[in-house]
Design a binder for this molecule. Sequence first.
Ligand SMILES: Cc1cc2nc3c(=O)[nH]c(=O)nc-3n(C[C@H](O)[C@H](O)[C@H](O)COP(=O)(O)OP(=O)(O)OC[C@H]3O[C@@H](n4cnc5c(N)ncnc54)[C@H](O)[C@@H]3O)c2cc1C
Ligand code: SF4
Length: 333
Amino acid sequence: MRTFDYLRADTVATAGAEAAQPETRLLAGGTTLLDLMKLNVERPARVVDITRIAGLDGIAVSANAIRIGALAKMSKVADHADIKTAAPALSESLWRAASAQLRNMASIGGNLMQRTRCMYFRDPGAYPNCNKRTPGSGCAAMNGVNRNHAVLGTSDACIAIYPGDFAVALVAFDAKVIVQGASLPRERSIPVDDFFLLPGQTPHLETRLAPGEMIVGIEVPRSAALQRSHYLKVRDRASYEFAAASAAVGLAMEPDGKTIRDVRIAVGGVATKPWRLRAVEAALKGKTLDEATLRAAAAATAEGAKSSGHNAFKIDLAPKVVARALMMVGGVA
Ligand SMILES: Cc1cc2nc3c(=O)[nH]c(=O)nc-3n(C[C@H](O)[C@H](O)[C@H](O)COP(=O)(O)OP(=O)(O)OC[C@H]3O[C@@H](n4cnc5c(N)ncnc54)[C@H](O)[C@@H]3O)c2cc1C
Ligand code: SF4
């Protein structure tokens, strides 16, 4: 591990000013950053501890929106009584992530900013060719073991999955990331759908966060679909595992109780960023809620998907996970 300077920021402005310096990383729970530093994937010269910044760990559920501070712990958000009621998918996506110890340590801001679990990315000693780590060096995963790689949103430069669960639930329900920085005294908000970037030819650029900015919170508009929502995560083992495929879904019905008024769907574990399924949503609005309709619409989940070999199973799995999640939330399972 490279030797680094440890600094502590007490305000967002100080953290932003420090983060604008080259080779600097912010430190929250440390559950991703320290792993990557030990692996020599992250080699910052300066680490800025943001955990003492006051007022960034709040959780507020009002009539119109849910606001969560960047330093709120995953476990606190998952277990918050009002979030469980108003936004079950948000709570469930966190409960199904990582382990109890990690959730007690890890922050919401750090969770959004977690890096891919691509084993080639995480092993620079054995695999120098990784465009995400070293732009222009190639991609070891393309012709390597790629069972856990993406089938949606890939490019010929990178097929790495965005691994987080929470951001998948956030993108389904039009959440915004609130950011602030040294040269940005007021907050600005970025829809989660825009916050994460497709790899294209620049997979090392993962978000729209500018140098000197940090996440200060997230905001999720409340809706009937969010209130009747669910996060289904399918994985190789029942806990402490990333998604093979996951779906965040929400439903709102017309007064007749049979016709779908609003539906939200996003998938995880299969794409290079949290992946909203607007075409599937459009196909379901105004339709009668029944198993055949849900399965037919969900078949379009993997439209445009591209297999790299070992991950072909995800193209079959993802539509099934979406259909199953919708049936569960719709009470037709
Ligand atoms: C064994 C293991 C299993 C896991 N399983 C899952 C899982 O199933 N699902 C899942 O979703 N996650 C999983 N995770 C990831 C885990 O959720 C993240 O490690 C955690 O959420 C990161 O939060 P942190 O506060 O510890 O971030 P840190 O490690 O402190 O930071 C992570 C990154 O975010 C940056 N950062 C932190 N805070 C901010 C901020 N406010 N603004 C801007 N940048 C910031 C840091 O500079 C760093 O680059 C797992 C992790 C481990 C180690
Ligand atoms: S898939 Fe992306 S992260 Fe993984 S080796 Fe290829 S370029 Fe690197």
